[in-house]
Design a protein around this ligand. Structure first.
Ligand SMILES: O=C(O)CCC(=O)C(=O)O
Length: 297
């Protein structure tokens, strides 16, 4: 197995892409460049871009069915690399680590989570289910607008109204589960920071780890599907995969690439079966769904 220094290669790619986009805008504008800086707020970026997309009648919506569909043997899965920019990524991180939401995080055994939107409302007063009670933040609404403007994947009756943010430290994960009937069967996952893989199974697998708990020794059976989730990527799954398969993120310090991985040759760097993808820093995921709201009052 070859361990790949994923983070170093990624940093290199990022530096190159940032350099080239600055040059491009200088040439395009001809004169003075008003470069986007970290000072510009996330809301500003998102609303400006959403407005442009709306106004541009010729703008083609992302053809999810063709351009981003993974060759997955089960269900429909889509993977969009670099769905947000590095600046948007760090702005989102700032928002979710902000002192105003600091006390809203719920620490679970192997991850912590923060919840915005409808589910939070429904959970109010129900201690067992309590997640948090945050109304949808403006940046969340703008992110949802962006997804809805960019593609027709959500119809107007199932616009996302619920955002769940998971924070995984290195070695943390989420056990095999289905998201269940509380949601419309369509999930968008925006990943930030570290790359990991998401695994799908027909039944929850048997997992054996090394004594120190850091590495995987045995996984039985192998996943029916594995998708690498790079930082800033958007992953979408729906229908059959949603209803009939469990998904999980292993609690381990690294991920091994299985022969059922459907995007190992679409990432940067690319991977081969048996390669090891180390997790070098924490990962944050933003899961965007439509929650079927039922008033429990
Ligand atoms: O963190 C992820 O990418 C997956 C999250 C997840 O499975 C969930 O929130 O149900």
């Amino acid at each position: 197995m070859t361990a790949i220094d994923f983070e170093a290669l990624l940093a290199e790619e990022l530096a190159k892409s940032l350099g080239s986009s600055e040059q491009k805008s200088e040439k395009e504008n001809g004169k003075e460049v008003v470069a986007k800086t970290a000072n510009e707020s996330l809301e500003h970026y998102l609303s400006e871009n959403n407005e442009k997309t709306k106004q541009n009648k010729k703008a083609k919506k992302m053809k999810l069915s063709n351009d981003y569909k993974l060759k997955s043997p089960i269900g429909s899965t889509y993977y969009i690399r670099n769905y947000i920019t590095p600046t948007e990524e760090s702005d989102i991180m700032e928002k979710i680590m902000d002192s105003r939401v600091k006390n809203e995080w719920v620490q679970l055994k192997r991850r912590k989570l923060l919840c915005f939107g409808e589910k939070a409302k429904q959970s109010k007063g129900n201690e067992k289910k309590k997640e948090s009670e945050l109304a949808m933040a403006k940046w969340c609404e703008l992110l949802i607008d962006k997804i809805c403007n960019d593609s027709e994947i959500f119809d107007e009756h199932h616009r996302p109204n619920h955002i769940l943010i998971n924070n995984y430290e290195i070695g943390e994960g989420i056990m095999a589960h289905k998201d269940g009937p509380a949601y419309y069967p369509l999930v968008c996952i925006l990943s930030l920071h570290s790359a990991i893989t998401i695994l799908f199974f027909q039944k929850p697998p048997v997992v054996r780890k090394s004594e120190d708990g850091h590495s995987l020794i045995q996984l039985k059976p192998n996943p029916v599907l594995q998708v690498i989730l790079e930082p800033r990527s958007l992953f979408i799954f729906r229908d059959d995969l949603y209803h009939h398969y469990y998904h999980m993120i292993l609690e381990a310090d690294n991920d091994v690439i299985f022969d059922t991985c459907v995007n190992h040759n679409l990432t940067f760097p690319t991977f081969s079966v048996g390669d090891v993808l180390p997790r070098k820093q924490k990962r944050v995921s933003i899961t965007i769904r439509h929650f079927y709201y039922q008033d429990t009052d």
